[in-house]
Design a protein around this ligand. Structure first.
Ligand SMILES: NC(=O)c1ccc[n+]([C@@H]2O[C@H](COP(=O)([O-])OP(=O)(O)OC[C@H]3O[C@@H](n4cnc5c(N)ncnc54)[C@H](O)[C@@H]3O)[C@@H](O)[C@H]2O)c1
Length: 330
């Protein structure tokens, strides 16, 4: 049987990789993306592209009526966690209400599984490593929106029987990532700065810790998830186990590009200082291959970045609150 899958945000980084895996799995793939953060060139040629926003419920309904989706893979969001404090209306409209349009359509069209990428941002500051057993306490509007969508899926499952699987990735990097967005994707920001002979900028003292996750350790498992019966109605942390400080990351990125590690430290911003997670639950169900090391993943990413060159960064407009906005974002 040939499945039909909707991939929202499929012109973006993770969505494009998952879409490629779905094409390889012989799914008919339909992509919805408004190109606010993605690129048409990321879309696999075999996929059907519908340009539009998930916040447009009429558009979402039209696409669901046109195709009979078996699966929905929902990636469309603006994933700028730090900036989300200052663009609250945009964040909740895009990341929460847009998701609700998709959940409504998924219920009405009785799809087989709704796969959602949440984030470990839902945890906030908690005992490490972050585990699915902990009760989420998100500390920023981005994490709050992600957790609200998780709860809404749970609710839609209980009342309407909507099948779902939730992943909570963290700090994903690799080829196809937008390196020109100065508000997010630290690996991309560093590479873009190095390409332009600028110092790498770090908020605070660089001792923040994150576990950076190479895209190939995540995308194939998300694409295959609906085939795993034990994954349904579960939440999984997904990503690398090994945490690094942002200072270590900067040095590793410079090494991957054969450049000097020049760093410029900026005032600390509001952020969770330590965030890495356990993946025992994911491993028990998906039995993944060993993870890609940071050096290996950065080498692959640097190769792709060198082929594609630097990208101009633009200022997010409109910023809704300027109070306490880091000066480098003004
Ligand atoms: N990259 C990470 O480290 C990471 C970590 C945790 C969770 N996530 C989640 O994974 C998903 C994909 O992230 P990514 O890194 O690929 O980001 P991305 O920006 O590369 O991809 C998101 C895509 O969604 C599109 N989009 C945004 N708003 C839209 C809208 N209203 N309608 C239609 N399309 C819209 C953008 O144009 C972009 O192509 C997001 O939901 C993000 O929150 C990412």
């Amino acid at each position: 049987m040939r499945y039909t899958s909707l991939v929202t945000g499929g012109a973006g980084f993770i969505g494009a990789h998952v879409a490629r895996h779905l094409v390889q799995m012989k799914h008919q793939v339909v992509i919805i993306d408004d190109l606010s953060g993605g690129f048409e060139s990321n879309i696999p040629t075999a996929a059907i592209f519908k340009k539009g926003s998930i916040t447009d419920s009429a558009f979402v309904q039209e696409v669901f009526t046109q195709y009979r989706f078996d699966y929905v893979y929902h990636f469309a969001a603006y994933a700028a966690e730090g900036l989300s404090h200052f663009i609250r209306n945009f964040n909740y409209t895009n990341n929460l209400l847009g998701s609700i349009n998709l959940i409504n359509a998924a219920v009405n069209h009785e799809i087989k599984c709704f796969v959602f990428t949440s984030s470990i941002a839902v945890y906030g500051t908690q005992e490490l490593p972050l585990s699915e057993n902990q009760h989420p306490q998100p500390e920023d509007p981005y994490g709050i929106a992600k957790y609200a969508v998780e709860k809404d899926l749970e609710c839609a499952h209980q009342l309407f029987g909507l099948p779902y699987i939730i992943f909570r990735p963290h700090n994903v990097y690799g080829p196809l990532q937008n390196i020109g967005d100065s508000y997010r994707n630290v690996v991309g920001i560093f590479m873009n700065q190095l390409l332009q002979q600028q110092p790498m900028t770090i908020f605070g003292d660089g001792t923040q810790q994150r576990a950076f996750t190479y895209i190939d350790d995540l995308a194939p498992y998300i694409a295959a998830a609906p085939a795993f019966a034990k994954a349904y109605h579960q939440v999984f942390n997904i990503g690398n186990d090994v945490a690094h400080t942002v200072n270590e990351l900067a040095k590793a990125v410079a090494k991957s590009m054969n450049k000097e590690a020049n760093i410029s430290y900026l005032d600390a911003r509001e952020e969770v200082k330590l965030a890495y997670a356990t993946h025992k639950k994911f491993t028990a169900v998906f039995d993944p291959k060993p993870s890609t090391s940071l050096d290996q993943g950065l080498k692959q990413t640097a190769r792709w970045v060198a082929q594609h060159g630097a990208r101009q960064s633009s200022v997010f407009d409109p910023i809704e609150i300027t109070k306490n906005l880091p000066p480098s974002w003004q």
